[in-house]
Design a protein around this ligand. Structure first.
Ligand code: M6R
Length: 368
């Protein structure tokens, strides 16, 4: 059933274009209105929401971090993200005008389930983003957006993550539409870009030899760092998590702007540092990341840079440049994570590990 692949994980990485397409299917009417069939929370109520709290664990929490950037930008509703395991133990402020978004691939994660139970006791409205039909978390939520990734067998989440991102974007755009916070044809433009993603991903997946080769160069490295800013930051966290889980290598993701506040002390000669560079745009974001790359490189780091394929401002500072197709900044995580997934999968394979069932881990964590 691995369809010729060595691991379910690798198969699932290559299934991502289709998974993304399926998650988008039927969400967008010809008249330009977004439809979330099982949302079940009335528009009138969504208009009254004054705070969003995203709750999740692990990879799903990184999708949640991306959601925060997108949802706040598109809807201007304050949005926080919290690890489910922290949420209910700190007496969080939630109430009838809070929308809690619980993200869980399995729909059975105990920490997340307990957190939404707590939120509902405080009369918050809960919408689940989930990949498993009829699982506990969507059953105990007011509404659900199903990610149609198909079964994810590999313990490390891949297509689960990409489809969670898509569902978060859909939710953000839906809320923006309900509340009228995006102007002109912005929703249409972003939806068109999302609809283009499966093809873009397909193209990318055909061209990953460079990343596979990189894995063989790095297979003896004891530590790898990942840097990003804005939505590149959660991508860095997810890239690091994949490497920890699969290759058992010490890996850390940092917000690039934090370097000077500590992590730069870790940089030493030949330390591999992956950096996610945002698309070139009107803001300073791109240039800031380029200077962060210069800073680590000046201290001896070996830089693996993920940037727009024709980004010649960054290429002089990249020991290896992994080209990403051009997309809007907020959507870039959908593309930038793919080489990092493959890198971790390949490195773990070369080290002889069981990629689908890493040591000490379970696919769904049903105890707190
Ligand atoms: O099923 P869930 O999405 O609730 O699972 C959450 C985490 O346990 C999960 O994402 C975990 O971090 C994965 N092993 C990541 O690859």
């Amino acid at each position: 059933e691995k369809a010729g692949y060595d691991w379910f994980m690798r198969k699932e990485i290559y299934e991502q274009p289709e998974a993304v397409a399926n998650t988008l299917l039927g969400r967008y009417d010809v008249d330009g209105a977004l439809r979330l069939d099982q949302m079940s929370i009335a528009a009138s109520e969504l208009k009254r929401i004054d705070k969003i709290v995203v709750i999740a664990c692990g990879t799903a929490s990184y999708a949640g971090l991306v959601a925060k950037y997108a949802i706040e930008h598109w809807t201007r509703i304050p949005c926080e993200v919290e690890l489910a395991s922290e949420f209910r133990y700190r007496d969080p402020i939630v109430g009838p005008t809070t929308l809690v978004v619980a993200i869980s691939q399995s729909g059975e994660t105990a920490d997340t389930l307990m957190a939404i139970r707590h939120a509902r006791e405080q009369r918050a409205r809960v919408v689940a983003i989930c990949n498993t039909n009829g699982s506990t978390i969507p059953r105990e939520s007011d509404g659900v957006i199903y990610t149609h990734a198909g079964p994810e067998i590999g313990v490390a989440s891949t297509k689960g993550f990409l489809t969670q991102l898509v569902a978060c974007y859909l939710l953000g755009l839906y809320l923006a539409q309900v509340r009228g916070t995006l102007f002109g044809d912005e929703v249409e433009r972003l939806m068109a870009e999302l609809e283009q993603m499966p093809d873009t991903l397909r193209g990318m997946l055909e061209n990953q030899d460079q990343v596979l080769k990189l894995a063989s160069d790095f297979s003896d490295n004891p530590s790898v760092l990942f840097l990003g800013r804005h939505v590149g930051y959660p991508v860095a966290l997810e890239g690091a998590l994949k490497l920890k889980e699969l290759a058992y290598i010490h890996a850390e993701g940092f917000a690039a702007g934090e370097l000077k506040h500590g992590p730069i002390a870790l940089i030493e000669d030949r330390l591999p540092v992956f950096v996610v560079v945002p698309p070139r745009g009107r803001d300073l974001l791109h240039d800031k990341v380029v200077s962060n790359i210069q800073e680590v490189r000046a201290r001896g780091a070996f830089t693996v840079v993920l940037a727009e394929e024709d980004d010649d401002e960054v290429s002089p500072y990249a020991d290896v440049l992994i080209g990403l197709p051009k997309v809007s900044t907020l959507l870039q995580p959908l593309l930038a994570i793919v080489p990092l997934q493959l890198f971790a999968c390949e490195l773990a394979t070369l080290k002889g590990h069981d990629v689908d069932q890493p040591r000490n881990l379970a696919k769904s964590v049903t105890v707190e």
